[in-house]
Structures are given as structure tokens and as C-alpha cells.
Ligand binder design. Structure first.
Ligand SMILES: NC(=O)c1ccc[n+]([C@@H]2O[C@H](COP(=O)([O-])OP(=O)(O)OC[C@H]3O[C@@H](n4cnc5c(N)ncnc54)[C@H](OP(=O)(O)O)[C@@H]3O)[C@@H](O)[C@H]2O)c1
Length: 264
């Protein structure tokens, strides 16, 4: 069966997924592959990207890899150009790449603040802008931004990260307003705690609070009505919905998927 004739909810669709080397991005790549999409996957670690590629190709997907630091404007823009060339056009953009930093606001260095903003905000901005310019004349497209519950409320000791995710929520809403008339849907997913490498970085909260990692995790779970961390695959299911035709009537939404931690 050739790539174009594969069945599924994303049959015949092309998707650019950032941060696809592990965690949530890898799960989205796998889920999109299962549903028939052709993929362009990007991150900085080639070997890990190749592992994702193998998983997606096992589902029959055609996959192109590209390594780029999305915190660098020119690299981010060149990555989008490479994706358009490889895919012949982008139907779905998943802006998933992100970094995390735990520190008290008073102790956050300008370097750390800058790094988080460059990847989580400028990276999303540069990639989304270039992709939207491409999608606009085509008259259709789906953008799925991975924000966070941290984009919806305040959290202790992670002000750079929360500020960056509030910015992603803002970019999502503004892009949705401007792109609606062009047939382009722009939505965001706001995950709570998801079992990935990023969760390990919560160790830094323990250092700040003088608590072992287990206690930090216990305190986190205490705020989650479902009393468990989510799996990357659960985020991928919502990313599939937002990338597929089923969500054609939805735009500008920033959907919480957090085990019930935030009810707003
Ligand atoms: N895990 C959670 O609890 C949680 C909760 C809410 C929101 N999120 C958000 O979900 C997204 C995915 O997070 P995750 O949990 O899957 O994290 P993760 O396992 O740490 O993966 C992060 C991904 O982003 C990529 N990345 C990081 N910096 C990059 C850069 N400068 N240029 C290009 N790619 C870069 C990484 O690739 P390389 O390492 O190969 O560069 C990796 O593929 C992030 O936006 C995160 O903020 C996560």
C-alpha cells in the first residue's frame, strides 16, 4: 500500500510535529502515523528522532527527519521550509517542542528566562508564522499548540515556564481570530502532569523546598482528582482530534487535559 492510500482519520494528510524525539511529541507522531498521516519530525537529538521514525514507519507512515534548535530563528524558519519541500505542503502543524525550568522568580537568571522564552515562545511564533503564511493561500490547515495548565494559572517557582505558556495561549487565540476566515483552525492543548522526561525536572522543586522528589510528586498528585499522571498517548488522542476533520468547527480553544486539576 503506498503512503497516499493508507486508511485512517488523517489519510492523505501531512503533519509537521516539533519535539518529536521523545515524550508527548513521539506519542503524537505514533498516533498520527497509525491514522495515515505523512510525517515531518523535528527535534535536536537525531538518534532519538530515528527511534520515533522507526515506530512511525512500522505503522506504514512515510517519515522525514530534520534536526534543528527551534530557539534559533533562522534554524526554525529553515526547518519549516524543509518541511514544506519534503511534504509538498503542510496540512497540520503540531507545535510541541518545549523546555522547562523550575526556579524562584527572584533566583531566575536572565539566561534561563531567555532560554525558556526562545524555545517555548519565539520557537512557536517563528514556526507558526511561517506555516500560517504557507497555509493561508491554501485555504485550510490545522495548528495544534501544546501549551500547559501553566498557561492558565500561576504556579510556585516556575515563573519563566508559566509566562512562556501564557504566551502560547495568547498566540493561539490571536492566530485563531486572524486565521478563521482562511479556513485554518488554531487550538491548544493544556496538559497537566504527563509522565515524560520533563516530569523528572520537577526534582528542582524538591531542591527549592528541601523535599525529596517523591514528596514533590505526592504533593502534585494531591491536586489531581484522578490521582494519577497522564500518559503521553492520552495527549496524543486529543492532538489527533484537533488535527482531524472532526474538529473543523473548533478554533481558538485552549483545552485542559489534566486529570481534573483545573476546573475553569
Ligand atoms: N510532561 C508534562 O507534564 C507536560 C505538561 C504540560 C505541558 N507539557 C508540554 O508538552 C510539550 C512536550 O513535553 P514533554 O513532556 O514531552 O517533554 P520532553 O520529554 O522533555 O520532550 C521535549 C521535546 O522538545 C524538544 N525540544 C526541546 N528543546 C528544543 C529545541 N531547542 N529545539 C527543538 N526541539 C526541542 C525535545 O527534543 P530534543 O531533546 O531532541 O531536542 C523533545 O522532543 C512541551 O511543550 C511541554 O512544555 C508537558
Amino acid at each position: 500500500m503506498n503512503a497516499a492510500s493508507r486508511p485512517g482519520r488523517l489519510a492523505g494528510r501531512t503533519a509537521l510535529i516539533t519535539g518529536a524525539s521523545r515524550g508527548i511529541g513521539r506519542a503524537i507522531a505514533q498516533r498520527y502515523a497509525e491514522e495515515g498521516a505523512q510525517l515531518f519530525l523535528t527535534a535536536t537529538h537525531r538518534a532519538l528522532l530515528e527511534e520515533t521514525q522507526a515506530l512511525a514507519e512500522a505503522q506504514g507512515a512515510k517519515v522525514t527527519l530534520h534536526c534543528a534548535d527551534l530557539g534559533q530563528q533562522e534554524a526554525a524558519q529553515a526547518m519549516v521550509d524543509a518541511a514544506i519541500a519534503a511534504l509538498g505542503g503542510i496540512d497540520i502543524l503540531v507545535n510541541n517542542a518545549g523546555v522547562y525550568k523550575a526556579a524562584r522568580l527572584v533566583d531566575t537568571t536572565a539566561e534561563d528566562f531567555d532560554r525558556v522564552m526562545r524555545v517555548n515562545v519565539y520557537g512557536v511564533f517563528h514556526v507558526m508564522q511561517r506555516v500560517l503564511r504557507h497555509m493561508q493561500p491554501r485555504g485550510h490547515g490545522k495548528v495544534v499548540n501544546i501549551a500547559s495548565t501553566a498557561g492558565k494559572w500561576g504556579s510556585m517557582n516556575q515563573s519563566a515556564y508559566n509566562a512562556s505558556k501564557h504566551a502560547v495561549v495568547g498566540l493561539t487565540r490571536c492566530a485563531a481570530l486572524e486565521m478563521g476566515a482562511h479556513g485554518i483552525n488554531v487550538n491548544a492543548i493544556c496538559p497537566g502532569f504527563v509522565q515524560t522526561d520533563m516530569l523528572q525536572e520537577f526534582r528542582a522543586h524538591g531542591d527549592i523546598l528541601g523535599l525529596p522528589f517523591e514528596k514533590v510528586m505526592e504533593a502534585g498528585l494531591a491536586r489531581v482528582p484522578l490521582k494519577r499522571f497522564l500518559q503521553p498517548r492520552e495527549i496524543a488522542e486529543l492532538a489527533l482530534y484537533l488535527g482531524a476533520a472532526e474538529s473543523d468547527g473548533m478554533t481558538g480553544q485552549t483545552l485542559l487535559l489534566d486529570g481534573g486539576m483545573l476546573m475553569v
